[in-house]
Write a protein that binds this ligand. Structure first.
Ligand code: C2E
Ligand code: CA
Ligand code: CA
Length: 719
């Protein structure tokens, strides 16, 4: 799982860095593209603005020129007396000119000026050609001068002059240059004389620079109206109707500078965002690593947990040979009791203590973890069984030595299984195999080794397990019946399962019952046997046969899992086959109470079965526990005395059996003696008051057919 997560993390990291790079490249590309677009926008703006200025200028010049020409024409047809200074003032005002004057007497000698225009009179005398045709000139370097001769009979009789100061034209410049940048120059295209010059804020062009700008126009042979020089963009536009050229000079950098505030802010924001992203990215990676570390650590011991152990082990063997190592599994025996007796914190202390002692005794090349609850695993750099045994023994000695210093009566015990990596390369599987061998034998503090024999057995168990579902469906499991007989010749039976596999042949219960108890398949099997027995009883009833009581086994492992309301399933099957009450007995082994089951739960199970009309027997009584107190706790119908009472019998053991039978009778329960093989034992048991006897002395478990035959013969023989 963690390996998967690490791969995912690496993928995210890669995707993250690719994303950051792409964003950064995108940002760079965007900035360049923005700049180049901005540049062309600026250039277009300069061109357009300059063109607008030139157009405005020529239209203003044109309208003034036409006004003066019209007035000159009118004058030639107007009576003389109407021409007054007042009229000229009105005309100037109407045309928006500063001044309008009329110079009379065209021959040039006694010229007079109407209107305030001494200087203009003087100028008209000195300037060539102006009496011939309308013209636009510059007057005193401050004003535009519009002139037109008034002709009478083809002769220039009067000259009309209008004046307009540069200021009026500057307003055109200013209107078109909202940003107050760069410079605008109006120059005479022929002479190169600068007529008007206007410079924006913080923009200086020296005389030399102006000269250079003007030179550009002459250099510029093509039609292009744009030229560049050292970061300046120069736009040129002829002013229509004149020889003049309107120039705009802009420093594009300055223009960009105009936007630079915004660009800088967005730049700072993007850099800030990128930095935050990178910080966040690394922070989340750190966080992920920390969490991952937590997932690999056992909170109680502080060492590796199973996942961490497997990972570290995998890493170690990237460059080391595996077959020098052995996985050693140590399972604390009866750890549950420690927890129950002294509480969880004491349990945790024991786990930490065990971990510490083990950790102190492994080398740098070796590893250790708490694999699950009370189960530790060492990856030991040894492969010789003797050495491993010795080292483990030394660890256990150290533990129990320390414990003995404080608690004289207590010592810790382990079930121990070892699996050399030579036999199983995969560490996780080697742990399973070590565990498997540790459970095969019940002797404590002994190292059991996974070897060829264990491998064969494990393989067989695996194969048997695989056959289960199919066999259950095909009814390969058969119910056998073993008689139980009373002194008076009454008869009962115990149902015992047999597996007749079409390919593998006969499989004995001791080959599959313990296995199915381990892997949880025993519960469906028990339910199957129960249902088969119900079917049989139901068939007997239909055939009008005498009813006998049949007992069915229920594994303690089903109850160990604490299956709630297990009796409900039994009840519904019993009802389905309409089995009368008291005909079926459920055999629970006495060891149900060994598995840490709550006595209250077992008591409830017994009572509920009885409420359903099922009898209950306590099987294998005396085999493991022999607590007579249990008889008081559980309200069962029958006690089945275990076979162990009747092997190697002595007068003493017979006395014990007799006393137990008496005690059980006092509690209103029946006694069945199991595994009886000799007739002599039978007589002694009848003498002791035993109710029923089950054993080879009467019969082995028989198929239903043979059982029915046995029963007929037995009843005939009795009577
Ligand atoms: P158990 O319930 O104690 O069953 C009695 C076992 O003792 C049977 O073994 C029976 O064949 C054997 N036995 C009976 N009389 C004698 C005798 O005189 N001498 C000797 N040496 N043995 C005798 P079996 O059928 O091999 O079953 C073994 C165990 O498997 C059973 O022990 C029971 O615990 C389990 N088992 C059998 N069938 C089922 C089942 O359907 N469900 C569950 N949960 N367990 C079952
Ligand atoms: Ca039994
Ligand atoms: Ca038994």
């Amino acid at each position: 799982m963690l390996e998967k997560r690490a791969r995912k993390r690496r993928k995210y990291a890669l995707a993250g860095s690719v994303l950051v790079t792409v964003i950064f490249a995108g940002f760079l590309w965007n900035t360049f593209s923005f700049y180049s677009k901005l540049n062309s926008v600026i250039q277009k703006y300069i061109l357009d603005a300059n063109q607008q200025i030139a157009e405005n200028m020529s239209s203003k010049l044109k309208s003034n020129r036409e006004f003066i020409a019209d007035f000159a024409d009118t004058l030639s047809r107007m009576p003389e007396h109407l021409l007054t200074e007042e009229m000229l003032e009105r005309k100037a005002e109407a045309a928006g000119l500063d001044k309008v004057v009329v110079i009379t007497s065209g021959n040039g000698q006694n010229a007079e000026c109407l209107g305030d225009g001494e200087k203009l009179l003087q100028w008209s005398m000195e300037t060539e050609n102006i009496w011939q045709e309308p013209a636009v000139s510059i007057f005193e370097g401050r004003s535009f001068l519009f002139s037109a001769p008034s002709l009478k009979d083809g002769q220039a009789e009067k000259l009309v002059i209008g004046l307009e100061s540069y200021e009026a034209f500057y307003s055109i410049y200013q209107k078109e240059n909202q940003w107050k940048q760069g410079a605008r120059i109006l120059a005479d295209g022929t002479t190169g004389e600068v007529l008007m010059l206007e410079m924006g804020n913080e923009f200086e062009l020296s005389e030399n620079e102006i000269e250079e700008v003007l030179k550009k126009q002459t250099e510029n042979k093509s039609d292009s109206k744009t030229a560049y020089k050292d970061g300046y963009v120069i736009s040129m536009e002829p002013v229509e109707g004149t020889d003049w050229i309107q120039y705009s000079v802009e420093c594009d950098k300055e223009f960009l500078g105009f936007f630079s505030g915004n660009i800088r802010i967005s730049l700072v924001l993007i850099v800030f965002e990128s930095i935050s992203f990178i910080i966040l990215f690394f922070w989340s990676r750190q966080d992920m690593k920390r969490k991952e570390q937590m997932l690999l650590t056992d909170p109680i011991t502080g060492g590796y947990n199973r996942e961490g152990f497997l990972r570290a082990g995998q890493k170690r063997f990237d460059n080391q040979k595996k077959d020098e190592y052995t996985v050693v599994c140590l399972n604390i025996c009866d750890f549950r009791k420690i927890n129950d007796l002294w509480g969880e914190e004491a349990g945790n202390q024991v786990l930490r203590f065990v971990y510490r002692i083990l950790a102190e005794r492994i080398s740098e090349q070796e590893m250790l973890c708490r694999n699950s609850m009370d189960h530790f695993v060492i990856l030991m750099h040894e492969k010789t069984e003797g050495v491993i045994r010795e080292r483990i023994w030394e660890m256990l000695e150290a533990m129990n030595g320390k414990i003995a210093e404080n608690y004289y009566e207590y010592h810790i015990e382990f079930s121990i299984g070892c699996c050399p990596l030579e036999l199983e390369e995969d560490i996780a599987l080697a742990i399973n195999k070590g565990l498997y061998v540790s459970k095969q034998k019940s002797e404590k503090n002994v190292c059991y080794f996974y070897d060829e024999t264990a491998a064969k057995k494990l393989k067989e168990e695996y194969e048997i397990s695989e056959l289960f579902e199919e066999s259950l469906k095909n009814h390969d499991f058969k119910v056998y019946l073993q008689p139980k007989v009373s002194e008076k010749g009454e008869c009962k039976a115990e149902a015992l399962v047999r597996w007749q596999h079409p390919q593998r042949g006969f499989i004995y219960p001791d080959q599959f019952i313990p296995l199915f108890e381990k892997n949880g398949k025993i519960y469906p099997l028990d339910m199957y046997v129960f249902e088969e027995v119900c079917k049989l009883v139901s068939a007997w009833m239909r055939n009008g046969m005498d009813m006998i009581e049949i007992s069915v086994n229920l594994s303690r492992f089903t109850l160990k899992e604490g299956r709630k309301e297990i009796w409900e399933n039994y009840k519904s099957i019993k009802e389905k086959y309409e089995i009368p009450d008291g005909l079926i007995e459920i055999e629970l082994t006495e060891t149900v109470l060994l598995d840490g089951n709550q006595i209250a739960y077992i008591r409830q199970v017994v009572n509920e079965f009885r409420r359903c009309g099922l009898k209950v027997a306590l099987d294998d009584f005396g085999f493991a526990y022999s607590s007579l107190a249990i008889l008081k706790e559980l309200n069962v119908n029958t006690i089945k005395l275990d076979r162990s009472f009747f092997i190697d019998e002595t007068p003493k053991s017979r006395r014990i059996v007799r006393d137990i039978i008496q005690l059980v009778h006092n509690l209103d329960m029946d006694v069945v003696a199991e595994g009886i093989e000799e007739m002599e034992q039978v007589n002694s048991l009848w003498e002791s008051g035993c109710d029923y006897i089950q054993g080879y002395v009467y019969s082995k478990p028989l198929s239903i057919e043979l059982f029915e035959k046995w029963r007929r013969e037995y009843e005939e023989q009795e009577y």
